[in-house]
Design a binder for this molecule. Structure first.
Ligand code: UD1
Ligand code: CA
Length: 463
């Protein structure tokens, strides 16, 4: 069965009141169009074509994928015109599936089941319908006395009785390929909006080959997004779904309503997530990971038993098994914490590899650095990696001990098991196994008197 999918995404989306094309507004951290494409892929289509118009460039750029092609609809003259602009005659195609780009919660398995039922039905057109609590704004499904679908009436064209109909068209339609071209050619714009409606194809099919209608039990799944209020409702439903999937996979969400998934989380058993955690991008979890409250985790991988304490921010980093982060730590791109490494409060890392068992527990910046196994970075260790022009690397050997408040001015190397005295500014390589320190000599003056001990008269008023 050859299936091709046409996704309609050329519309203005006026009701969003936005400069961003509607289909690029995000649900679950991804453009709603990306969700529609994912659902479409469940049909294993031979072609996946997106019709773009308003904001076409932005949509094309955001949606680059090997299996997606684009077609332009120069003027937004309605959904029927948009399908015609997909630019093919579909005579060789068994089923052309038309999806709206603004229905982000539609599931792939729903589409699959619907299309299989349609193929078996002998009808020429299939539609997905729903009974939402409030049908306002949707096209209504017209049926005759025997319950057979006779057409779809857009709300703006509907009379008072038709508006009472609770069954709506979800925007999901399939047409037998050879039928589509002639039917599209027969559309007129003789309606309230002066547009070519793809939905008029349903009346044509009712008169000829028959219509197969399948009703989706959960209307939230097929909710079309036209306003920011709809968008918020879709986001809530998406979050609910994402959280449910995490819990089903063995993740404890201590307060599910306060976990936000903006992207894809790969779950693992016995992960525990405290309230206020936000996942972004692609986050890969291993068993027994614990994530404290208020953390943001973006594009990262956490190893088995890793602990991320409260209010830490991880972006583009890898945290090894048993490693510990935070509270209040920031791991930036290119950070790798190997097994058992510890990064504590107010520590920032970037392009840094902390080998097994390294400790950087307090108030440090570790950037463009490699820190050997078991090394200890004292409070206030700073890698001075930037000279205002270029970045330079700091290399710290295994077992090194860096005292508190040390500046390592890169490029610089600290040898294996070297010790750096507290307060040093290290500008040259520090040899292995030796103590290196660089600080001004300490002096004490015994002839010094505190002001109150001096004979001088007091100046000024009271303070
Ligand atoms: C459409 C359906 C309506 C259905 C509803 C479901 C028609 C005429 N109406 O109405 O029956 O209940 O979806 O959500 O099809 N688009 C284009 N080019 C255009 C016009 C629209 O690509 O010229 C795209 C839009 O970007 C959008 C989709 O088609 O992704 C639907 O358009 P929209 O204007 O939102 O249609 P609705 O009024 O919601
Ligand atoms: Ca819509």
């Amino acid at each position: 069965m050859r299936v091709e999918v046409v996704v309609l995404a050329a519309g203005q989306g006026n009701r969003m009141r936005s400069r961003l094309p509607k289909v690029l507004h995000a649900v679950g951290g991804r453009p709603m169009l990306a969700h529609v494409l994912d659902a479409a892929r469940a049909l294993e289509p031979a072609a996946l074509r997106v019709v773009v118009g308003v904001g076409a460039e932005a949509v094309r750029e955001a949606m680059v994928a090997a299996d997606v092609t684009f077609a332009d609809q120069p003027e937004q003259r309605g959904t029927g015109n948009a399908v015609a602009c997909a630019g093919r005659d579909f005579a060789e195609v068994d089923w052309v599936v038309v999806l709206n780009g603004d229905v982000p919660l539609l599931r792939g398995e729903t589409l699959r089941g619907w299309l299989d039922g349609l193929a078996a039905s002998g009808a020429d057109v299939g539609i997905l319908t729903a009974h939402p609590d409030d049908p306002t704004g949707y096209g209504r499904v017209l049926r005759d006395g025997d319950g057979r679908v006779t057409g779809i009436r857009e709300e703006k064209d509907a009379g008072p009785e038709e508006r009472e109909i609770g069954e709506v068209f979800t925007g999901t339609l399939a047409v037998r390929g050879p039928r589509l071209g002639p039917w599209l050619a027969g559309l007129t714009a003789d309606n309230a909006q002066g547009e070519y409606y793809v939905t008029d194809v349903v009346a044509f099919a009712a008169a000829e080959g028959g219509v197969h209608a399948h009703r989706v039990p959960d209307p939230t799944e097929v909710q079309g997004i036209n306003t920011r209020v709809h968008l918020a409702a879709a986001e809530a439903a998406w979050q609910e779904r994402a959280r449910h999937a995490l819990m089903e996979a063995g993740v404890t969400l201590r307060d599910p309503a306060r976990t936000l998934v903006l992207g894809t989380v790969h779950p693992a058993p016995d992960v525990a997530v405290d309230p206020g955690v936000q996942f972004e991008g692609e986050v890969i979890l291993a068993p027994d990971v614990r994530i404290g409250p208020g953390c943001v985790l973006r594009d990262c991988r956490l190893g088995e038993g890793a602990v991320v304490r409260a209010y830490s921010h991880i972006d583009g980093a890898e945290v090894g098994p048993g490693a510990s982060v935070g509270p209040f730590a920031r791991l930036r791109a290119g950070t790798v914490l190997e097994r058992g490494a510890r990064v504590g409060n107010f520590v920032e890392t970037k392009q840094a590899r902390l080998h097994e068992g390294v400790k950087a527990n307090h108030l440090s910046y570790v950037g463009d650095a490699e820190v050997g196994a078991g090394a200890n970075l004292g409070a206030g260790t700073i890698t001075c990696n930037y000279d205002g022009h270029r970045k330079h690397r700091t290399q710290i050997g295994p077992g090194a001990f860096i005292g508190s408040a040390v500046q390592l001015v890169a490029p610089v190397t600290v040898g294996e098991e070297a010790t750096i005295g507290a307060g040093s500014t290290i500008t040259r390589d520090a040899p292995a196994h030796a103590l290196t320190l660089c600080r001004s000599k300490q002096v004490s003056r015994h002839d010094w008197k505190r002001p109150e001990e001096r004979a001088e008269p007091k100046q000024g008023g009271e303070d």
